[in-house]
Design a protein around this ligand. Structure first.
Ligand code: G3P
Length: 214
């Protein structure tokens, strides 16, 4: 499974890239705003640091405007894919932009039916929001599994990005459901590394090594 980082923070991107595990970066307007910058500037900066797919979200509402904005965003760098929020206008824009070879990441996906429509319109990626589904008392993992089943049944090559990941269990559920990608916050990546028994084991080995030197 590919691992993307869900952040617009340059230090976090550098750090996770240095771990040798980074396959992509996803941003959204909230993550960009947190960094006190704008999408074009920050995506440009990210593209200079890492050579991986980078999602940049279009904010227009009408399909004609989304198409223009999508072209502008994709012109920032060849690695940029355009995030569009699920809806009729986005489906129309996806048809046009994907026809031009621009990769679309259909975001804010909350059902397998939405994912099916996005794939049919030509989206390169769909992003089901697992954490926000859990927030409203639904099983995000069920939706991820339904999407991967449908894409497998019909041979869609649209990749599934498990998004709105809140903890290591969501990553496990995404991997078990066969998602192609999980986009993971920095803090969750750190949690994934740690295990109390690993820490205990290291402490014990150091203690025994020190004793054996005497
Ligand atoms: O990739 C989408 C993600 O950033 C949303 O996460 O935690 O705001 O639901 P969250």
């Amino acid at each position: 499974m590919k691992i993307f980082i869900d952040t617009a923070n340059l230090d976090m991107i550098r750090e996770i890239d240095s771990w040798g595990i980074l396959d992509g970066v996803t941003t959204n307007p909230s993550l960009i705003a947190k960094e006190g910058t704008d999408t074009r500037t920050r995506v440009n900066e990210i593209a200079k640091i890492v050579d991986v797919p980078i999602s940049a979200e279009a904010m227009s509402s009408a399909s004609e405007d989304m198409i223009k904005e999508g072209r502008e965003l994709s012109s920032i760098h060849p690695n940029v894919n355009v995030k569009l929020p699920m809806g009729v206008e986005s489906l129309k824009a996806t048809k046009v932009l994907s026809g031009e070879g621009i990769d679309i990441n259909m975001t804010l996906i909350f059902s397998a039916q939405q994912a099916l429509l996005a794939a049919k319109a030509g989206a390169r990626y769909v992003s089901p929001f697992v954490g926000r589904l859990d927030d409203i008392g639904m099983y995000g993992s069920d939706v991820m599994r339904q999407i991967t089943d449908i894409f497998c049944n019909y041979g869609y090559d649209t990749e599934v990005i498990a998004a709105s990941i809140r903890g290591p269990m969501h990553v496990l559920e995404a991997a078990s459901a066969g998602c192609d990608i999980a986009t993971v916050p920095y803090s969750v990546l750190q949690q994934m590394v740690s295990h109390p028994k690993t820490d205990e084991g290291i402490r014990n080995f150091i203690r025994d090594y020190e004793k054996s030197k005497k």
